[in-house]
Design a protein around this ligand. Sequence first.
Ligand code: ZN
Length: 199
Amino acid sequence: MKLVSRSEWGAAAPTGSYTRISSTRGVKIHYEGSPVPDALLGDHGRCAGHVRAIQASHMANTSEGWIDIAYSFVVCPHGYVHEGRGLGHRNGANGNPTLNAGHYAVCAMVGTSGITSPTDEMLDGLVDAIDYCRSEGGRRQRSPGPPGRVRHRLPRRRPVRVGSAGRAQARSPPATAPASTRCSRATPSAPSPAASRPA
Ligand SMILES: [Zn+2]
């Protein structure tokens, strides 16, 4: 996995303490729900800055009160997995504290314009991120299986349907991913439902 640590992408320090989690039910895949510049496609050098911008927008969102970037990980078009809140920490992107503790939140750098569908490298990075989350957070739920197993069973490319309600849905979920691995609410930067709480 091409992991980019927080220090490598230049993360700002969180403004509060993370809530620790010891296990999860799986992973939710998000998309940004806002424009993602096409310019990222040809220049991985821009990706760290894009992650910093996501973090800054989240931390400036006073209605959510996020202490950090809301996502657990962010995957760029080149397949690099940027560490957000990381493993063992409750995220802030799934809608409410229960959902945030129940699943890791992995965001793909696709949005409403510009980059609107994942590259093959991004899909590989998403699989890497899911495997990585399962290696820790899913340990108690199921065995991750032999290395590479999930990747080999995945279709080479899973089209993502972007709907008007800010959701991205894979048409066919990974064959060996947890049943609870699915796409979900993908616009944490937007006002969230009443059920949301700061995290
Ligand atoms: Zn990149």
